[in-house]
Design a protein around this ligand. Structure first.
Ligand SMILES: *[C@@H]1O[C@H](CO)[C@@H](O)[C@H](O)[C@H]1NC(C)=O
Ligand SMILES: *[C@@H]1O[C@H](CO)[C@@H](O)[C@H](O)[C@H]1NC(C)=O
Length: 986
């Protein structure tokens, strides 16, 4: 009886919301919110079910008195979907945080019913549409963060009623219109960020009421007019960041008088003018001062020495008046700033010499840019004190003398830019000690002597520019062995001589090669065929002879080729017409025979062939003589041979993935979506040997898409359905045991996850010769393997794609390790086992070789697969080599290596990793000494990418690939970390 009464009371209490159903309002609302979330890859909302009271659901907090939701915190949960209007029913909500998820669609109007809401964060999602104007009803709001969404329209003028607001962050959206004047009513406002929108107009005067303002960020808009001086009277101001607008005006003469706390003053890329007031020296808290690219003028007479906290100083591109005394004072005063890391002093009319006090600069100095000034004299050898220096840019000055040999001490140097000066003498061999150097530009000077062979030890070098000097002799072969060179090798306009060595074939990722205007001679080496990334090749103005080598056939990326003014001879190979050339200059050589009408030859603005006596044919505009029959016969005979070679070569080079990609497109046209949909349920029965024999056209070579130690993989089309599959035929001499095969097969068949290659069926049978035959049938992955994408020149994965793949693989492992019923250890995670579908979603494959720990008894009874199989060198964890049992932490190791490989672009077995240096230690060292940006795959260094996120990713890779299994993370943590790293790539 008593129990019944209590129950009744509880029911009444829970029905307070009066939803009409017998569940309380908040319960219903939460379920509605859940129902709109389409993807919950971390399983966060699994707890949102009837077995728990809703107040205990993950992310939900209720008040003590009423069982009502007061806080909903789902930050960083990888949730994807739209936000249900039912959010408005959680009328007791005070804190609502959906930041860092994948929400899309509009912010529901019903949010205005949350009259108790104090803090709202929807940052880092993809919400679209406008800010609901009725948000003004949420009068208790004091913190709103909508940073980084796709919101648009005007910022509504609703702030009069939101007077409690302290933090308002609307940056990184697509808001237009002007800054609403009612923001001036927010007299408690401490942080205002409207940066990176498309706001225009001028800054409203009403903002002068923001007396509590500490941080103001308005950068990256289209704001015009005068930047109001009243901001310099806001005494609490710590951060003023308004770069990249069209603002005018001056800095006040009494800067920092009323702003003792100012730490950051960044007004770069505007039209501010006048003097930089000497009172700047009073800003003793100043850490970052950036006026880059404004119109400031006058003499620069600031005593920076008082700014002891200053670490960033950007004065670049202003019109300061300068004389040599000012320049000396500037450098002397800067040498007292003991925290300085970045000095951007390019293009500010500096005159005079670099004083020896340069050597007294902060040892923390990382970047020193003096590009485009009028500095002269020599580079003081005291520069070698600046041991932290990673970038030294002296381009376009009047420096003379030799580069001090001591420069070789700057071991952190990543970019050394000394172009367009008048440096002379020999290039100091000690530059070869700068082992982190990625860019070396010494062109346009007066260097003489030979190129030091020590440069061959710069094995991170991406760019080497030595053009326009007086260098002579032959090029040391070590230069051509710099296989890291990917962007540029420019040796043009020197007096270099000799024959090109076969070593040139090492430059297989190089895009731009310029050897023009030297004295090179001999024939082009056949190893040119390995320079498959070349886009620009300039050999003009040398003494090369011989014909255009067959080797060029493989250079499918060539866009610009200049071979003019040499002694080349022979016919112009017809394959050139098939290439995607934008410019071809063969002028002033001894070429003969027929000129094609096609491709680049069809457009006179894209070719130059004058100065060759023996040419005929071609389009009429070339005004060449007609060919006689013997001319044309010679060309066509050669053509047929060459086309065959071209096809077979390019197919091996471009890779089987591309081939199968093309095949897939042909096949997909024949297939309908219907067969794709029905396939998964129908093909659970075993497929016969005969069916697979037919599907793969007798396991023909044409259908072979890959081979590995244990198996060969064929592409096949199943007869009845036309469905395309990959058939992996196991090599039976290496694996045995009918029962273990079937056990594994059964287990794998039941493993299903978006990021695993789906096993459609198994075939264990006898082939037509009576031998055992075992095969696994998989979904066909048209984009081939990750390996092909990572280390091929024709295909490039951008940062966003890589991150998606990194996440996909983590989700697959999470599933294998934790959520598929058995604990499955993959054992052989590596790029070639990760396959990409038509949408570039990654699928982990090849787990036919994996180990299912809970089935171990079964497989061990039959064969000893665990001792046979240890994974792949470079990816297998060190403890496997010592005989440890396979474990999930072994997979984490491989995952860490894979992650590093994707970020750094180097395989763990790259020849650079020797003598204790591994991909892991390489990355770890770079994290420690802050040189990470120099070792990352350059593809990732896109504009605006957040360094922090790249660092987090590499850190994760380093942690996962720790030597000792105990130091590695578990996959759950990895997934969680990954989804909390946000990378903006716009
Ligand atoms: C919200 O959740 C995140 C992570 O789960 C936590 O770090 C944060 O402190 C929470 N916020 C509040 C106000 O509870
Ligand atoms: C931003 O808004 C402008 C004008 O409404 C529109 O043209 C542009 O496409 C939008 N940009 C994005 C990224 O949505």
């Amino acid at each position: 009886m008593f129990l019944k009464v209590v129950l009744l009371v509880v029911l009444i209490r829970m029905n307070v919301g009066g939803s009409g159903s017998n569940l309380p309002t908040d319960h219903v609302a939460l379920l509605e919110i859940k129902s709109m979330i389409k993807n919950d890859s971390l399983g966060v909302l699994r707890s949102w079910n009837d077995s728990l009271p809703f107040c205990k659901w993950q992310g939900v907090t209720c008040g003590h008195r009423h069982q009502r939701v007061t806080s909903l915190n789902l930050t960083n949960k990888g949730l994807e979907g739209s936000l249900s209007p039912f959010i408005g029913n959680l009328s007791f909500l005070r804190y609502f945080n959906l930041s860092n998820n994948l929400f899309y669609g509009s912010i529901p109007h019903e949010i205005s019913r949350l009259s108790r809401l104090q803090r709202l964060s929807l940052s880092n999602n993809s919400f679209t549409g406008e800010i609901p104007a009725n948000l003004s009803s949420c009068s208790k709001l004091w913190s709103v963060n909508l940073n980084s969404n796709l919101l648009s329209g005007k910022i509504p003028n609703i702030f009069s009623s939101l007077w409690r607001m302290k933090i308002l962050v609307l940056s990184k959206n697509n808001f237009t219109g002007e800054i609403p004047p009612s923001i001036g009513n927010l007299t408690y406002l401490e942080k205002l960020y409207l940066a990176l929108n498309s706001l225009g107009g001028s800054i409203p005067d009403s903002l002068n009421q923001l007396k509590q303002l500490r941080e103001l960020g308005l950068g990256g808009n289209g704001l015009i007019g005068v930047f109001p001086l009243f901001f310099y009277n806001l005494s609490m101001l710590e951060l003023l960041n308004i770069p990249e607008n069209q603002l005018e005006g001056n800095l006040p003469t009494n800067l920092c008088l009323s702003q003792p706390h100012l730490q950051v003053l960044e007004i770069d890329f505007n039209h501010l003018s006048g003097l930089i007031p000497p009172s700047l020296s009073n800003c003793s808290e100043l850490e970052s001062f950036d006026v880059t690219l404004n119109d400031f003028t006058g003499r620069m007479k600031i005593d920076f020495g008082k700014l002891q906290k200053l670490w960033y100083l950007g004065l670049e591109g202003n019109k300061f008046e300068s004389n040599s005394v000012d320049s000396k004072n500037l450098f002397d005063s800067l040498s007292n700033c003991s925290n300085l890391e970045t000095l951007e002093l390019s293009k500010i009319q500096l005159i005079g010499v670099l004083p020896n006090s340069l050597g007294n600069f902060s040892s923390k100095l990382i970047r020193l840019r003096l590009y485009g000034n009028y500095l002269s004299g020599s580079l003081p050898s005291s520069i070698s004190n600046l041991l932290g220096l990673t970038i030294l840019d002296l381009v376009l000055n009047n420096f003379t003398g030799m580069i001090p040999e001591s420069i070789g001490k700057l071991r952190n140097m990543g970019g050394l830019y000394l172009e367009a000066n008048a440096f002379s003498g020999v290039i100091p061999p000690s530059i070869g000690n700068l082992s982190f150097l990625t860019e070396l530009y010494l062109g346009g000077n007066k260097f003489e002597g030979t190129i030091p062979s020590t440069l061959g030890s710069l094995n991170l070098l991406l760019t080497l520019g030595l053009y326009g000097n007086k260098l002579g002799g032959s090029v040391p072969k070590e230069i051509f062995q710099l296989s890291s060179l990917s962007i540029l090798l420019d040796l043009s306009q020197n007096s270099l001589s000799g024959v090109l060595p076969q070593d040139i074939g090492n430059l297989n990722i190089l895009g731009y090669l310029d050897l023009s205007e030297n004295r090179f001679s001999g024939e082009l080496p056949s190893s040119f065929s390995s320079c498959i990334s070349l886009e620009t090749l300039n050999l003009s103005g040398n003494f090369f002879h011989g014909s255009i080598p067959e080797a060029f056939l493989t250079l499918r990326g060539l866009k610009v080729v200049n071979m003019s003014r040499n002694n080349f001879s022979g016919t112009i190979p017809t394959y050139l017409q098939e290439m995607d050339l934008k410019y071809l200059d063969l002028s002033y050589n001894n070429f003969e025979g027929e000129v094609s009408h096609k491709g680049v030859f069809a457009n006179t603005s894209m070719i130059s062939i004058i100065g060759n006596r023996g040419l005929c044919g071609g389009i009429p505009e070339l005004h060449l003589p007609k060919c006689t029959t013997s001319d044309s016969e010679r060309s066509t005979r050669k053509l047929s041979v060459r086309v065959v070679v071209a096809i077979s070569l390019s197919s091996t080079i471009i890779g089987l993935a591309l081939l199968s990609f093309l095949l897939f497109y042909c096949c997909r046209k024949r297939n309908t979506d219907k067969t794709l949909a029905t396939i998964s349920t129908e093909f659970f029965e075993d497929i016969s040997y005969g069916t697979l024999f037919k599907a793969t056209e007798g396991f023909s070579i044409e259908n072979l898409i890959g081979t590995g130690g244990f198996a060969s993989v064929y592409k096949g089309v199943l007869d009845e359905s036309g469905f395309t599959v990959a058939v992996k035929v196991l090599n039976l001499s290496k694996r045995g045991g009918f029962r273990s095969f079937m056990a594994e097969c059964d287990a794998l068949r039941n493993i299903r996850h978006r990021n695993l290659v789906k096993v459609i069926s198994c075939c264990s049978s006898i082939d037509f010769q009576g031998n055992d035959f075992k095969a696994l049938v998989y979904d066909f992955m048209p984009n081939g393997s990750l390996e092909n994408w990572l280390h091929s020149v024709n295909q490039m994965l951008d940062l966003a794609q890589r991150i998606n793949i990194i996440k996909d693989v983590a989700c697959a492992l999470d599933y294998l390790h934790c959520h598929c019923g058995n604990v499955v250890v993959h054992c052989d995670l590596k790029p070639s086992n990760i396959l990409l579908d038509a949408d570039m979603v990654a699928h982990v494959g090849d787990f036919g070789l994996a180990k299912i720990l809970s089935l171990e008894g079964v497989s061990n009874a039959n064969n000893n697969s665990s001792s046979v199989f240890r994974g792949t060198i470079g990816y297998a964890p060190p403890e496997y080599g010592l005989g440890s049992e396979v474990s999930t932490s072994g997979d984490i190791y491989s995952y860490g290596i894979l992650l590093l490989e994707m970020m750094i672009g180097k395989k763990p077995v790259d020849p650079m990793f020797e003598e204790g240096l591994t991909l892991h230690s390489f990355a770890r060292n770079a994290l420690v000494d802050g040189s990470l940006l120099h070792i990352l795959d350059p593809v990732l260094l896109v504009k605006d990418v957040e360094e922090k996120s790249l660092i987090s990713l590499v850190k994760l890779g380093v942690q996962c690939s720790s030597e000792s299994p105990e130091d590695r993370l578990d996959i759950g943590t990895v997934v969680h970390e990954l989804f909390s790293i946000t990378v903006s790539t716009n």
